[in-house]
Design a binder for this molecule. Structure first.
Ligand code: C2E
Ligand code: CA
Ligand code: CA
Length: 575
């Protein structure tokens, strides 16, 4: 018996030792801290990772007040109540507290064990560090309202705040202004200095704008390089004018990037006002955006106030877009050709293919109007392909009939040229009509190069290698400097009509044009002057050494029959 009892005791001891070991292990590995309370013995014990949370220990009821002192004020009462749930007969409760000065967020979980009579016997209070989790939650809330890059409001929240402004304005009979602000030539920064520099600029400017916010002025980072400002009851220091002036003043100074580079920027701003321009939030923003484009087209670095006429113009654009969708190429489009002549001997050098559009009602729509729209909505690709096919087809007919050496110039837009497969498509059409690449000249504008310099100049090189001539259109209207042209795979430069227009009247234009022609020739390119309307202009350009002349003076754009007539006469003379 006795031996049996000793054995049992030994077994019991061993179990206890094992339990204790397990408990110790649990405590050592737990990241939480515990307070254990034994009701019968009125004994407190702190366990596990206690030091992570507190620099004092708890061994009796009094010590608990140390805990109350340590939490931020608003958590004191909930903590006092939460720790004694047995008063309400409950067995489990959890809540969060924040410690003073340490920024620690703690989840407190209280468990009470009752005996069969319903008397509490043990209590375990667990402290768990949830600082990280809470921060993540806060971040999510932050992200719902703010733009991470700049600290300004994000688009969605801005629209909500603007909505609140509008409701208030309706009640109080006030105005609300929206300023839609877009960086000018942001691409130039992104392409020239890299995307990281672009991002940093967006960020720096955004951070500057944060300082302009107040209860009646809310600002948001709308997208990449677009910011939107809503002003409640704009007047005085918060009038659109004043805010614009302040921003513009800031933009006169460069932004300093972390890599030491300095960048200056200008913005274009469109302004619409409730209730004059629109009554709804999105309409108001739309109106401001539309007039912003007007500010751009007026030459950037400008502010444009809402004006019904601009909206109408925009609506016309939309109408054209819709009309473009319904276009049946053969029915609505036709090709015109404008002759180009050698300045020296007046011989016909070639023709430029220019598209014409007559809509279903019979109205003529200028390519200057619809080509930019077609470029924006992508319809330029099928239109461009149609232009190439139609022009080459007509060209082949002239050649077969008249055997006159002509160069066919085709306008190719950036979107079209960038499209993969463009070169293959062009080559296939040339093959189909048995036209050699040497008879073709592709006209591209300078903007095409600025957008994607490397890819486009590579494409142009491939074309040039295949024998196609490359011509740079509208020279002098964009950014290009002569040194930038060096190394570009081009054969011909077309001097823009704006130069020709003032050539004889403006001394500066005269000097610029003279030096352009001189330098371009030295670089080995041919020059074409376009928009030549008078004999005097022709004569003068010829004297300057300009190679080719195109313009109303020599011949307007005409249907293919007109060119056939010219060729008829030319070949008749020869023959
Ligand atoms: P562009 O390539 O600069 O074409 C020259 C424009 O100047 C043509 O206008 C032509 O009719 C006009 N022009 C020529 N000589 C004179 C002149 O002596 N005086 C005046 N006042 N104007 C003259 P158009 O045909 O209205 O074309 C406008 C623009 O539309 C073209 O400018 C070109 O950029 C674009 N475009 C025309 N056809 C096509 C096309 O098939 N594809 C593409 N991508 N663009 C085209
Ligand atoms: Ca052209
Ligand atoms: Ca041109």
């Amino acid at each position: 018996m006795k031996g049996n009892g000793t054995q049992q005791l030994a077994q019991e001891n061993e179990r206890l030792r094992q339990d204790e070991k397990m408990l110790r292990l649990l405590c050592e590995t737990s990241s939480s801290a515990f307070i254990y309370y034994n009701y019968l013995e009125d004994r407190f014990e702190t366990m596990a990772n206690w030091d992570h949370f507190f620099d004092f220990s708890i061994s009796n009821m009094e010590d608990l007040s140390k805990l109350y002192d340590r939490v931020e004020e608003q958590y004191e009462i909930p903590l006092r109540e939460g720790l004694f749930i047995e008063k309400n007969g409950r067995d489990r409760e959890s809540f969060e507290i924040k410690l003073k000065e340490s920024r620690l967020c703690i989840e407190v979980e209280v468990n009470v064990v009752y005996d069969s009579d319903g008397k509490p016997t043990d209590k375990i209070i667990r402290f768990k560090d949830v600082t990280k989790l809470t921060a993540q939650k806060d971040e999510l809330t932050y992200m719902a309202y703010y733009d991470m890059l700049t600290g300004l409001y994000n688009r969605n929240y801005f629209v909500r705040l603007l909505g609140e402004f509008l409701r208030r304005a309706e009640k109080e009979g006030k105005n609300v202004a929206v300023m839609f602000m877009d960086f000018d030539d942001f691409r130039r920064v992104n392409d020239g200095m890299g995307i990281i520099a672009g991002d940093e600029l967006v960020q720096l400017f955004g951070q500057y704008l944060v300082g302009l916010m107040s209860s009646n002025v809310v600002i948001s980072h709308f997208s990449t390089d677009i910011y939107c400002i809503a002003i409640y009851d704009p007047c005085g220091a918060r009038s659109v004018d004043t805010i614009y002036r302040v921003i513009r003043e800031r933009l006169k100074k460069p932004f300093k990037l972390t890599d030491g580079q300095e960048v200056t920027m200008t913005v274009s701003v469109g302004v619409s006002e409730y209730p004059e321009a629109a009554l709804g939030t999105l309409e108001l923003i739309n109106c401001a955006e539309i007039v912003m484009f007007k500010a751009k087209s007026r030459g950037k670095d400008k502010i444009q106030y809402f004006d019904g006429a601009i909206l109408e113009e925009f609506l016309q654009t939309v109408t054209i877009q819709n009309k473009l969708k319904e276009v049946v190429f053969e029915q609505n489009f036709t090709m015109y050709f404008q002759p180009q002549y050698y300045a020296e001997n007046g011989k016909l050098r070639g023709v430029e293919a220019l598209i014409r559009w007559r809509d279903n009602k019979g109205d003529m729509i200028s390519p200057a109007v619809f080509i930019p729209i077609a470029e924006r909505n992508g319809t330029i690709v099928p239109i461009g392909n149609w232009v190439i096919e139609k022009s080459v087809q007509i060209y082949a007919q002239w050649r077969d009939k008249y055997h006159y050496p002509l160069v066919l110039s085709l306008n190719v837009s950036a979107v079209q040229c960038k499209k993969r497969g463009f070169i293959d498509c062009l080559m296939r059409i040339l093959e189909k009509y048995d036209v050699s690449p040497g008879e073709i000249e592709v006209e591209v504008t300078e903007t095409i190069l600025i957008e994607d310099f490397d890819y486009i100049s590579e494409q142009l090189s491939v074309l040039k290698q295949a024998g196609v001539r490359i011509s740079l259109d509208d020279f002098g209207t964009g950014f290009s400097s002569l040194s930038y042209l060096k190394g570009l795979p081009i054969d011909t430069l077309k001097i823009d009509k704006t130069f020709v227009d003032t050539l004889l009247t403006d001394k500066n234009t005269k000097i610029i044009t003279e030096s352009i022609i001189y330098m371009v020739k030295r670089l080995g390119y041919e020059t074409v002057a376009e928009g030549v309307e008078t004999r005097e202009q022709f004569q003068y350009l010829k004297e300057l050494g300009c190679d080719m002349i195109q313009g109303y003076y020599m011949g307007r754009p005409m249907p293919s029959g007109g060119i056939a007539d010219i060729l008829e006469k030319l070949t008749a003379k020869v023959g």
